[in-house]
Write a protein that binds this ligand. Structure first.
Ligand code: FES
Length: 112
């Protein structure tokens, strides 16, 4: 059985905020973003479905000012935090690539 990949501890992310990672995964080196909401963590590949650029212009800043949605800093697309669905912008109707994770003992682990 392989050792699970730990992204971070849930408490490394302020509640209602986000953080970014570059991490080794079974698919190779990938950039992820994590949004924390209470005891939940929503994890996506850090790549906008519009043209594939990273979503954060300022490293680690993935949310709009109101912190209600994930926002792409390149052209302002907005995504639902819970499912990554794009609700406005040039890629409306598409979605972020969700990353399967679980939380064990307060740590966010990638599901392999
Ligand atoms: S690259 Fe994200 S909206 Fe254009």
């Amino acid at each position: 059985m392989s050792t699970p990949t730990v992204l971070c501890a849930l408490d490394d992310i302020p509640d209602g905020d986000s953080i970014g990672f570059i991490c080794e995964s079974p698919d190779g080196r990938r950039a992820f973003l994590v949004v924390r909401s209470g005891d939940q963590a929503f994890v996506y590949v850090n790549s906008c479905p519009h043209i594939g650029s990273p979503l954060d212009f300022e490293p680690g800043q993935f949310l709009n000012l109101e912190k209600t949605h994930i926002m792409c800093s390149t052209h302002g697309a907005l995504f639902e935090i819970a499912d990554g669905h794009c609700i406005s912008g040039p890629c409306a109707g598409k979605g972020l690539e969700k990353v399967s994770t679980r939380i064990v003992d307060g740590k966010i682990l990638l599901n392999h």
